[in-house]
Design a protein around this ligand. Structure first.
Ligand SMILES: CC(C)(COP(=O)(O)OP(=O)(O)OC[C@H]1O[C@@H](n2cnc3c(N)ncnc32)[C@H](O)[C@@H]1OP(=O)(O)O)[C@@H](O)C(=O)NCCC(=O)NCCS
Length: 217
């Protein structure tokens, strides 16, 4: 058997069509299923989620909420049909509740790279769930899918998310001052990336999370 942390570049040939269930210690990443859209509408209505993901440009808009409507139901009902992106629900192992999502998108097959985004609602935050979700998704992307690079964007007014990405192994590649204007003030976007050749695995060598079991559905 190969060591878990060795990249397996062609293991499943950039197969983002398969939607795995990935078990960690604190979270389970799993495909979206019926009924999730209602919970996701609540999570996406959280003002912090709206403000920090760059979805809105003002505090007033951040408090406006995300409607649980047909569009949102359709969105989550079709996540498992997408061939070029991987959207997984983040479930809190302790409560069994859906608390957020982690997504590998913007796949570039030539470059063997993609983008990662994550959000965890108030019920899941501040307990290590976001770090584990990002770590598991990144490990899956590099070790199982064979991605060479995963990139992401975080705004300078979101030090918590940046801390999470750094803990998992992402490093800053570029600063883009004024990429976002929030409440009339310019906000710097920070580009970060993790390269397969520098990937240390998750949990990192000094980490304490448990084993990872990734099985396709
Ligand atoms: C960012 C997010 C995914 C992190 O998930 P989480 O479960 O809350 O994070 P964790 O509990 O795993 O870890 C948070 C880390 O940030 C640290 N942290 C918290 N507030 C911080 C701050 N203001 N400055 C620096 N670090 C901070 C914590 O101490 C912890 O680090 P540690 O484990 O080394 O102690 C989640 O908070 C979230 O979705 N927020 C709203 C939307 C968002 O920001 N999405 C990301 C857009 S780029």
């Amino acid at each position: 058997m190969r060591p878990r942390r060795e990249p397996i570049p062609d293991a499943v040939g950039l197969d983002l069509r398969t939607k795995p269930t990935i078990s960690g210690t604190l979270v389970t990443l799993r495909p979206f299923r019926e009924g999730d859209a209602e919970v996701m509408a609540e999570i996406l209505s959280d003002p912090e989620v709206r403000a920090l993901t760059g979805s809105v440009a003002t505090t007033v808009e951040a408090h406006a909420g995300q409607p649980w409507d047909e569009l949102l139901v359709e969105w989550y009902a079709t996540r498992s049909d997408q061939p070029d992106r991987l959207d997984l629900a983040v479930e809190d192992v302790a409560s069994g509740r859906l608390v957020g999502e982690v997504v590998l998108n913007e796949l570039d097959r030539q470059d063997r790279s993609c983008n990662l985004r994550v959000l965890v609602g108030p019920a899941g935050r501040g307990r290590g769930l976001g770090t584990e979700a990002v770590g598991l998704a990144t490990g899956y992307g590099i070790e199982r899918l064979g991605l060479r690079r995963i990139t992401l964007e975080v705004f300078a007014h979101n030090p918590r998310a940046r801390r999470v990405y750094e803990r998992v192994g992402y490093a800053v590649t570029r600063l883009r001052p004024g990429a976002l204007v929030f409440d009339g003030a310019a906000v710097t976007a920070v580009d970060m990336a993790v390269e397969a050749e520098r990937w240390q695995g998750f949990p990192p060598p000094d980490g304490s999370a448990g084993p990872v079991d990734a099985s396709g559905t």
